[in-house]
Design a protein around this ligand. Sequence first.
Ligand code: ADP
Length: 465
Amino acid sequence: MSTSIEVRNPATGERIQEVNVQTTEEIQTAIEKGHKEFKKWSKINAHERSRLLQEWSQRIQENKEEIAKVMTMENGKPLSESLGEVNYATSYIDWYAGEALRVYGRTVPAAAESKRIVISRQPIGLVAAITPWNFPAAMMTRKAAPALAAGCTFIVKPAEDTPLTTMTLVKLAHEAGIPKDAIQYVNGKGSVVGPLFTESKLIRKITFTGSTPVGKSLIKGSADTVKHVTMELGGHAPLIIAEDADIDLAVNQTIFSKYRNAGQTCVCVNRILVHESVEDEFAEKFTKAVAKLSVGNGLDEGTDIGPIINEKGFDKVVAQVNDAIEKGAEVLTGNEYVVDREKGYYFIHPTVLRNVDASMEIMQEETFGPVAPITSFKTLEEAIEIANNTPYGLAAYFFTENYKTGMYLHDHLDFGIIGWNDGAPSAAHAPFGGMKDSGLGREGGTEGIEPYLETKYLSVGNLLD
Ligand code: ADP
């Protein structure tokens, strides 16, 4: 096993920093420390835990320019998006600093005068998180904040491409006063660290954001120790534009949803379904706006689209585009690449494809790149059928000015997150998560702290009347 990871800037291929990879023994020690600390951290009163979370959030805000720069350097996203992500990341900490104070129990009327039924909640124990490279700050805080708020201790393994943001956030948590062993990170390959987490009896929960195959392997690996799992997995988001949609709004929101983070988010629009009566108008306005997006280094002002994270990601997107073109898709803009495989950078100009159909890979698989395929439909039923015809069920979007159409689409789309005239539905105060192969459980909102709590029921008998 290698003893370090070279973190590289995906915009230039240059090495930024080398970080240590923890050995198996070091990871086991971290797990033991987290488990031991649980006894202390879970006993600290909720008001104090809340205060420490607020302090953490404030430290992150005080250092946000520096964190955003590190994030852009390791992930490639434009600096303005990195700053936006830091705010998004602290919004989870702020929200769960509040929720820490609202972990309530219940009493239930008993069926006998001499009995009392009391239901209480307690933290489940040490939590292990595995996070992805596309949102190195927010995917970590939306797991760490509810875990710490609930009274759990936390250990995270960030993605190999982007460990630096996580390391900075953990350091700031310690500076804010959160005990060292209550929040820890370990670095290493997912395939090595994953089994150490799943097989450990000391870890009571795995929370993961990443690809569906890895999520499934973590669920299987968690079976023997009957761990709790939260899984935020892949998506294949449809975006439906009805005949009465506000087209300018649809263009604007689709651009945000599709091209943010160079199309590398699990809630990115992956399939654009437009009613045939407005397809020409949408395709024309959308293509014109997309062609104006500028591609470059995220540190340069004015960059809208940064690089693709790595060669594997790039090759997958290009294969999907080539497959679509071979099968008859028309390129409206893009399909240009700036690549240096030796140096290690991969840029894809924002691309729009028309005349796509279900035979093309791009309509079947998550793309994770700045490519928008457009297809048309005649009836809402047809649009719903195309939209739902996927194993995934994370996010879906639709545009209509008609409330009946809107509620009908809402009721029939099998997705956990729905944006109606809204390409940016994620928020710390709302439950984020998917159906089917897109995952299990929700993060954010009041729902997001539940997976870190056990329910305990006390039945008291033989009471005085
Ligand atoms: P992607 O293909 O987008 O990088 P992955 O699901 O492979 O998505 O990666 C998300 C996270 O999962 C990363 O932190 C990665 O290190 C980790 N990972 C990858 N393979 C495994 C595995 N077999 N077990 C556990 N974690 C893994």
